[in-house]
Design a protein around this ligand. Structure first.
Ligand code: 13P
Ligand code: SF4
Length: 377
């Protein structure tokens, strides 16, 4: 039986070091130090900040966005020698793939991974493809991989004629895939795949089968593989997976007239009970356009929900869960790590560079370019 890899194993695979010269979090000069280092680097550095980052980090971002927008922004800055990516590992990998060889992408803390991306290992996915081949269904199956996956999974997707998608273009990606094959292998987020297939493409829950990489043959029979239209990898987001139907019913009882707005990484049960569903960028747009006095309960990462609540004091914006839960890996990028990365650059030391090997990058780029070529993107 294949054992789950522990976070410690995963961090050591990425070569994580604990830098001894990290500034103390209590240092009152951190904001000034970050500003001074950034000013000293000028146009040589470009800082990207994902919407789920802490406020103290977002304050130094040249641009903020979801993973798709940030990948595009990285690609659009050929003049920046250094891209400092305040986000998680798979995002920095995508930035490295989409930027030139002369540019270097830096992740201020190498332990900032993503538990969902780690749920699909390259060997596991190759094994799954063998299972599909043995069942005689691989030839008619198109892989669609969520941006939240390693470069190796993106390369697998490119090699097998598939596409990458994000939460804002998953529908178009699935529609495209179904014009090329009769089945889709969607990975690694089963919820985004199910929510998109059932809610937006009109598939039934019975059209979906869940492939469990920890069970022989994915835990599926030959018949189940033949009947399925959408084969969903058994992965999920540990943050969005926490929201429950109970959270939705509780908030409706607590706040009369509240509108529930959730990310499609939430379970199908939660998404079905919500009023609105949207990617990070869509959540921001919906709340920007919401009327004064309206009440919202938002099911996505807490740093973003708190920032949205502060930006819209005329609206009542609550966090859907009753307990506090940040994305722990997103939160690893804090001001001390950002200061350390920037000051190292000023001193001529390029730390925590994310590099994807050329063969992986070539095939991953095929799948990323396919996403960028989807109609309407
Ligand atoms: P987006 O960046 O596509 O909104 O995805 C949400 C997420 O969970 C990022 O890790
Ligand atoms: Fe990964 Fe979820 Fe965190 Fe996004 S919010 S980085 S999908 S664990």
């Amino acid at each position: 039986m294949q054992l789950l890899r522990s976070p410690v194993d995963l961090f050591s695979e990425r070569g994580v070091e604990c830098p001894g010269d990290l500034p103390a979090a209590a240092d009152p000069g951190l904001v000034d130090r970050a500003a001074a280092a950034k000013a000293a680097l000028g146009e040589r550095v470009f800082v990207l900040g994902h919407h789920y980052q802490r406020d103290e980090v977002i304050a130094f971002a040249d641009v903020t966005g979801d993973s798709f927008k940030l990948a595009r922004e990285a690609a659009a800055r050929p003049g920046a020698e250094f891209i400092v990516f305040c986000g998680v590992h798979f995002m920095a990998e995508s930035a490295d793939i989409l930027t030139s060889d002369a540019q270097r992408v830096i992740l201020p803390d190498l332990a900032a991974g993503c538990s969902m991306a780690d749920m699909a290992g390259a060997d596991q996915v190759d094994d799954a493809w063998d299972v599909l081949s043995d069942a005689g269904v691989a030839a008619g199956t198109v892989p669609v991989s969520y941006m939240n996956s390693s470069a190796a999974i993106k390369a697998f997707t490119g090699r097998h004629g598939g596409t990458i998608c994000t939460s804002s273009n998953a529908r178009r990606a699935l529609e495209w895939a179904f014009t090329r094959g009769e089945k889709v292998l969607f990975l690694p987020d089963q919820h985004l795949g199910r929510n998109t297939g059932v809610r937006e493409l009109g598939l039934s829950l019975d059209d979906c089968a869940v492939y469990d990489p920890h069970r022989p043959g994915g835990g599926l029979t030959q018949r189940q593989l033949s009947d399925a239209r959408l084969i969903l990898w058994r992965g999920h987001c540990s943050v969005h997976g926490r929201f429950s139907l109970r959270n939705v019913t509780d908030v409706r009882a607590r706040i009369p007239g509240v509108r529930v707005l959730v990310h499609p990484e939430c379970t199908h049960e939660v998404v079905s009970a919500a009023d609105e569903v949207g990617s990070t960028e869509r959540i921001i747009k919906i709340l920007d356009a919401a009327p004064t006095g309206s009440a919202w309960a938002v099911g996505t990462e807490l740093n973003l929900v708190r920032r949205l609540a502060a930006a819209h004091p005329d609206k009542q914006i609550a966090f859907l869960d009753s307990t506090v839960c940040y994305c722990s890996t997103m939160n690893r990028i804090d001001l001390p790590h950002l200061v350390w990365a920037l000051e190292s650059l000023v001193a001529g030391a390029v730390r925590n560079v994310i590099t994807v090997d050329s063969d992986t990058a070539r095939w991953a780029r095929v799948a990323l370019d396919q996403m960028l070529a989807l109609p309407g993107i």
